[in-house]
Design a protein around this ligand. Structure first.
Ligand code: SAM
Length: 230
């Protein structure tokens, strides 16, 4: 049985990042007691970290398969809104010479609302837990760096693959990262993210391809791979 090494604290955040991991019972409890108690208490203590770990692994393995054809060894990856880093662990297991830059936020919103957030004020991560998770799952410390979106300058480097699963243009506007993405990509960089408006990106990139359709999520989003800013 393949799964991640995942502490209860990390499993708590994984539930908030991937709400599909919450059981129907937990979702009922959220309805009854509200978002504050759900985000703080129930999503941490009414879960089985082993089950979450197994299910999170399988979700991330499937996500990996949707993007695998765009990956190579030696790639420099940028992940915007990596969450707990399950995808990066799986990429690292498959492509041993890769390196990872993750841009995230180091706080958990009090009452998480899932959906479009014009102000981009929501986040659910913790850098200490993220580091711990990567190390316990055997991503060498030399191979990754974690950048705080709210406090640090974004690294002025080019990347081979840029991913943002259910983050950029799913919860907040692509514009926030547009200039940075154009500086940190070259014409071969694959920029992969989930959006409800794939057609819009044909005005921004030379190449846009839909690689996954999500008809079960609230947003009915599509995963696209884009190359070359126009
Ligand atoms: C729905 S979760 C998805 C996490 C992960 N990509 C996954 O697929 O499991 C969205 C993530 O985006 C992060 N986030 C929110 N605003 C961000 C920003 N401006 N820059 C980078 N990450 C952000 C949140 O903290 C959260 O971890």
């Amino acid at each position: 049985m393949q799964s991640f090494v995942l502490s209860r604290d990390a499993a708590h955040l994984v539930i908030l990042q991937r709400i599909e991991l919450a059981s129907p019972r937990l979702k009922k409890i959220r309805k009854l007691f509200g978002r504050y108690l759900f985000s703080r208490i129930f999503s941490k203590y009414l879960i089985n970290p082993k089950v979450i770990s197994y299910n999170y692994y399988n979700i991330m393995k499937n996500e990996f398969l949707t993007i695998k054809e765009f990956l190579n060894d030696n790639n420099k990856f940028l992940s915007i809104g990596s969450g707990m880093g399950g995808l990066e662990v799986i990429i690292n297991n498959n492509f041993k010479e890769s390196s990872f830059t993750m841009i995230e936020r180091d706080f958990v919103s009090k009452k998480i609302k899932y959906g479009w957030d014009n102000k981009n004020s929501e986040a659910y991560n913790n850098f200490k837990l993220l580091e711990e998770f990567l190390q316990k799952n055997k991503v060498d410390q030399k191979k990754y760096e974690i950048i705080d979106y709210d406090k640090q300058k974004l690294p002025p480097r080019k990347f081979d693959v840029i991913t943002s699963l259910y983050s950029l243009d799913f919860h907040y506007d692509f514009e926030i990262y547009r200039d940075y993405l154009s500086q940190s990509s070259n014409k071969n960089t694959a920029i992969i993210f989930d959006t409800i408006r794939p057609q819009f990106f044909k005005n921004i990139f030379k190449f846009v391809e839909i690689i996954k359709e999500d008809n079960n999520t609230l947003h009915k989003s599509k995963r696209i791979v884009c190359r070359e800013f126009i």
